[in-house]
Design a protein around this ligand. Sequence first.
Ligand SMILES: [Zn+2]
Length: 166
Amino acid sequence: MAGLAHAGVGLAAKRFAPDVPLGVLLVGAYAIDIVWGVFFAVGVEHFGATTTNPWSHGLFMALVWSGVAVLIAQRCCHNWRTSVIIGLLVFSHWMVDFIAHPMTAVFPGDAGLPLFFEGSPTVGLGGWSTQLGVNIGEYGTLVVGLVIYLWTRHKLQRDKKLRAPA
Ligand SMILES: [Zn+2]
């Protein structure tokens, strides 16, 4: 979860992977939620506070999905640096959710993120446990990410103009 904050991280990632289209970066930032959507569709994971969704949002599986993302990116772009950045971007989803959960302002009773699978300890810093925390965390991250993205795009366009023959 933590909807807008992930978009902020995806936007900011442009700074570190300027060759990767923004759409791909946003998919990377939300990849763990996309995995959750697949598990939700087949009935393995659920929506709400009483479920910890370990197959998508557990620390162990988040590391696995990030590793899978590195391998997929490497197959597509043949650039290890970019592939590792995409892997880190996928893992950033877990980090943001770790800061956000337990999101008791949004889901009262939320326990946090599992380290491994069902029944394992759950962790989280509780950044989204107040409405103020939700607002700062979601909109603040989105705005900072957007500023970094626009600044990066401006710089890329300027560099392109400098390189073009007069
Ligand atoms: Zn999530």
